[in-house]
Design a protein around this ligand. Structure first.
Ligand SMILES: [Zn+2]
Length: 394
């Protein structure tokens, strides 16, 4: 099918509603968007004629004339590509952004953009062949670290050496023959949370992404907020202390240097070498090094030194959130990427700082939660990213 784009604002709103809420009756669509019956009929007829919307059987009767359900055309397919430091993951979704197939492979981003993009395109093509997808409506791409969304390039030499200013968006658009958009992984996770997670019920929320790199996605008034140069939410290198641990950015004492995976491991190594014998020291002696999984496992098993490392990171993240929450007044804070098993310990410490130190008006009813989405969230977010672009008027 050749994808027809919405011709006007009403059509764009209809299509996005069907994307987000699934099949709906005419009455429900009219109520949700406040459209008159005649406008609704006209625009839906055009969307159906163009092939972007189709009827999906009868709606439950509300009395009177039976109406039919409408839904996004069953043939709409988006592709998602999420690049991490050591892995690329891809998916094909339908128009409602349900993942229909996914695949992944080990890559090393330090080899530069060309081989990684080539592998991602191969994986997408393999899924297209399996699903019989002739044409993609668009591809959304996530990269770790800061992304210049306007230019469609990475601007993160520390995370992606060799990718600086490389035209990632244009490469995918050319290879896959469809519109492409690139954003950073924290923003994709926020979009995934907005589509299928607890973010569905909040117009204003903040997504804190932990892990190797730390970032923040900010949804304000129902829309992802990127700022003037698409670096809003890039909190990785906020300074927390001049004499803190060295950071990949060349400074010291950054949020990421303390609370990123490498920061947790660094603090755990120090504790294991200098503290009393315990699970961390035993693990270090056995393996010669520690990973963030070791830290989380030791903390979960009750090792005091490992728990202190996690709590310390939680307190620091809590202080960062106190500032962000008082400034943006989100309805909820969602945290993703916490080390497996140590999330609740980390969350407890974050909450205690946030609730103790923030203004009551800002946090009185504001939940701070761990995401309950599995790791498909970024793939869904990537599809949502490009769908926002496709399902708009041009
Ligand atoms: Zn830094």
């Amino acid at each position: 099918m050749v994808l027809v784009r919405p011709e006007n604002t009403q059509q764009a709103r209809l299509v996005r509603l069907l994307r987000d809420d699934g099949p709906r009756s005419r009455v429900e669509l009219g109520d949700a968007l406040g459209l008159s019956r005649s406008t609704l009929t006209t625009e839906l007829e055009r969307l159906v004629a163009g092939g972007l919307v189709e009827t999906a059987g009868p709606a439950a009767s509300r009395g009177g004339r039976r109406s039919s359900l409408l839904r996004l055309a069953g043939g709409v397919r988006f592709a998602s590509v999420v690049v991490a430091a050591d892995r690329v993951r891809v998916a094909i979704t339908d128009g409602e952004l349900n993942v229909r197939a996914e695949a992944d492979d080990a890559v090393d981003v330090r080899t530069g953009p060309e081989p990684v993009i080539a592998r991602a395109v191969e994986l997408v093509d393999k899924l297209r062949a399996e699903l019989g997808v002739a044409e993609l409506a668009g591809v959304g791409i996530g990269l770790p670290g800061p992304v210049g969304v306007e230019a469609g390039t990475s601007v993160a030499p520390a995370v992606l050496p060799g990718w600086q200013r490389f035209g990632v968006r244009d490469a995918f658009a050319t290879e896959l023959g469809c519109p492409a958009l690139v954003d950073n992984d924290a923003n994709l996770l926020a979009l995934g949370e907005q589509h299928t997670g607890i973010g569905r019920t909040f117009d204003d929320f903040l997504y804190l992404k932990l892990g190797t790199a730390i970032g923040c996605g900010l949804v304000l008034g129902g829309t992802l907020y990127r700022g003037a140069t698409s670096s809003a939410g890039d909190i990785a290198h906020l300074p927390l202390g001049e004499d803190g641990p060295a950071c990949v950015c060349g400074e010291s004492g950054c949020v990421e240097a303390y609370c990123g995976d490498a920061g947790l491991v660094g603090a755990a190594l120090t504790a294991a070498r200098s503290g009393p014998p315990g699970a961390l020291a035993a693990r270090l002696a056995a393996a010669g090094t520690l990973t963030v999984r070791d830290v989380a496992a030791a903390a979960t098993a009750g090792d005091p030194a490992a728990q202190a490392v996690v709590r310390d990171a939680g307190r620091r993240l809590g202080r960062v959130l106190v500032g962000l929450v008082s400034f943006f007044n989100p309805g909820i804070v969602v945290i993703g990427g916490a080390p497996d098993g140590a999330g609740h310990l980390l969350l407890a410490e974050i909450r205690s700082v946030v609730y103790r130190r923030s203004a009551p008006l800002a946090t009185g009813t504001m939940p701070v939660v761990l995401t309950d989405l599995a790791d498909r969230a970024a793939l869904v977010g990537a599809a949502r990213l490009v769908s926002e672009h496709v399902f708009t008027t041009h």
